[in-house]
Design a protein around this ligand. Structure first.
Ligand code: CTP
Length: 211
């Protein structure tokens, strides 16, 4: 199967030396890409900057900003049968990137941010993607309700939800505990290493893509 995976954080520049980013390590998306390649799929990994090695046998497309992520996905998704959106894409980006390093002046400063495009939320209606669509939802409260809302709103077949208020799992950790949230049901999976979990998740999404 041909599949696209987004992973890692995005990096939104403020000026030549500063940027806005988030705590995504990319581990879950990279583990999924590695598992998918080992299971014989053709994998394109579109990723923001991480400290991880590119998994063997995976095609790699580096991006930095949310806009670059959007453009890269829009250009590639038409060829794919399955798309998994594990990236932590910035929801807002500085309205203007200063050409020169911003000098300090008053006691306070304000940076105006504007909304970025929702890459996953554009896959169906804007990009016309017809394959199996899988999102992630990083939540700190009402995990299942919030994840189901995202699943329905963004036209996903499955949203993999995790509770990022737990410090032992998620973002920078090597373990994760997720709940599979489908449009009409959910299934809680046991806590596991991101590598084991990635293999199991690939089995789940392969079944979805074939059904
Ligand atoms: N996502 C995306 N592009 C964005 C924001 C999110 O592709 N600009 C994708 C993520 O990769 C993830 C899913 O949407 O698969 C959910 O991301 P999340 O940040 O939890 O959801 P948001 O829609 O941004 O909702 P909110 O910030 O209101 O919780």
């Amino acid at each position: 199967m041909k599949l696209l995976i987004t992973a890692g954080p995005t990096v939104e520049p403020i000026d030549p030396v500063r940027y806005l980013t988030n705590r995504s390590s990319g581990k879950m998306g990279y583990a999924l890409a590695a598992a998918a390649a080992k299971r014989g799929h053709s994998v394109l990994l579109i990723s923001g900057p991480t400290s991880l090695e590119i998994p063997e046998g995976v095609d790699y497309l580096p991006i930095e900003t949310a806009e670059e992520m959007y453009q890269a996905v829009a250009a590639q998704i038409g060829k794919m049968e399955l798309a998994i959106f594990a990236a932590a894409v910035a929801d807002y980006t500085p309205a203007k990137v200063a050409e020169q390093k911003i000098k300090k002046s008053g006691e306070e400063m304000t940076i105006t941010l504007t909304r970025t495009k929702d890459v996953l939320g554009s896959a169906r209606e804007v990009m016309g993607f017809k394959g199996a669509l899988i999102g992630f939802a990083a939540e700190t409260e009402n995990v299942i309700d919030n994840a189901r809302g995202k699943c329905l709103r963004k036209g996903c077949d499955l949203v993999i939800a995790n509770d990022v208020s737990r410090r032992d799992i998620g973002f920078d950790s090597s373990e994760n505990q997720v709940t599979l949230v489908y449009p009409d049901r959910e299934e809680v999976l046991p806590q596991d290493s991101k590598e084991h979990l990635a293999f199991h998740l690939m089995e789940v999404v392969e079944d979805l893509a074939e059904s």
